[in-house]
Write a protein that binds this ligand. Structure first.
Ligand code: SF4
Length: 88
């Protein structure tokens, strides 16, 4: 509906503390490219080729990117298959 331009408000209801509902709503708006207001961190889903401690690296990156307003995408891959050196 957001992508089709239907409606101009969003309401998110989560179980428990209502405070995270605001950031969840902004995450939905960012995912639909309606309002990008922070870096987007994308991690590979991991598989048998995983060669690094991806969870630790992603947690560290989340900390470092927290509070930043730059609209960039940061992609973290767990091996070289789809990263630098691919096909070499
Ligand atoms: S980037 Fe590498 S580790 Fe991550 S899912 Fe793809 S092949 Fe697996």
């Amino acid at each position: 509906m957001l992508l089709d331009g239907i409606g101009d408000t969003i309401r998110v209801s989560l179980l428990g503390d209502p405070v995270p509902e605001i950031s969840a709503a902004f995450d939905i708006l960012q995912a639909t490219q309606r309002r990008v207001r922070k870096p987007e961190l994308i991690a590979c889903p991991t598989c048998g080729r995983l060669a690094i401690d991806l969870e630790k690296i992603v947690a560290e990156l989340e900390k470092r990117l927290e509070g930043r307003k730059t609209a960039v995408k940061v992609s973290v891959l767990g091996c070289v298959v789809n990263g630098p050196g691919r096909g070499t």
